[in-house]
Design a binder for this molecule. Structure first.
Ligand SMILES: [Mg+2]
Length: 202
């Protein structure tokens, strides 16, 4: 599995990406896209994700996560995770990056996607710069560039917990979906079939 460290528009490494091999699923452009921490996974230790104890300090956020993701893969959507991991900074070969890679590789192993389904792609902003998920949406362009594709807007969506609700720490995930024009859902909506929270709507 190819992990790639990218240095985009600056001096320091700022995007860390897991790039599975080419597949017809990914070429079609329909993506099921997700935030990582507190959307797909959480720490079992209770530590904040940027202080997870080890690469094994993770568990599914909802029991239905693996099943739902496999369903999306079977429906022909390529799976991709977009993540802000600014604690990694430019140390893409350091300890924090190693832990993060272990978590993502373990998630991918559990999902057990076929090569034809495109595997699990992961694209993370590791600096507090313009590549962080925001209304600018730079990581979408990074993803499209890495795989030489264009996202099929109408058949794609993005799920994340930073939805701008009162208890959320921000709206970076909702903004990020809007930046590319894909449907946004909170983890509760997507995994728990909860009603959309009014405060996350524009
Ligand atoms: Mg999150």
């Amino acid at each position: 599995m190819a992990w790639r460290s990218l240095r985009l528009g600056g001096e320091r490494a700022n995007v860390l990406a897991r790039v599975p091999g080419p597949s017809s699923a990914r070429r079609r452009g329909a993506v099921a896209a997700f935030d990582l921490d507190d959307t797909l996974v959480e720490t079992w230790s209770g530590a904040p994700p940027w202080r997870r104890r080890s690469g094994a300090d993770w568990t599914w956020r909802y029991a239905s996560v693996p099943q739902r993701l496999r369903e999306e893969a079977r429906a022909g959507r390529a799976l991709v995770v977009f993540s802000n991991q600014s604690h990694v900074r430019s140390a893409h070969h350091g300890k924090a990056a190693a832990k993060l890679k272990k978590v993502v590789d373990a998630v991918a192993r559990e999902l057990d996607l076929t090569p034809e389904q495109g595997g699990l792609a992961f694209v993370a902003a590791t600096q507090k710069d313009a590549y962080r998920k925001s209304i600018q949406g730079e990581l979408w362009a990074v993803y499209e560039e890495l795989f030489g594709i264009s996202v099929d807007i109408r058949n794609s969506f993005y799920v994340g917990d930073a939805a701008g609700r009162e208890s959320d720490f921000g709206s970076g995930d909702a903004d990020f979906a809007r930046a590319r024009g894909v449907r946004f859902m909170t983890p509760e909506e997507y995994f728990m079939d909860a009603a959309p929270d009014g405060s996350s709507s524009p």
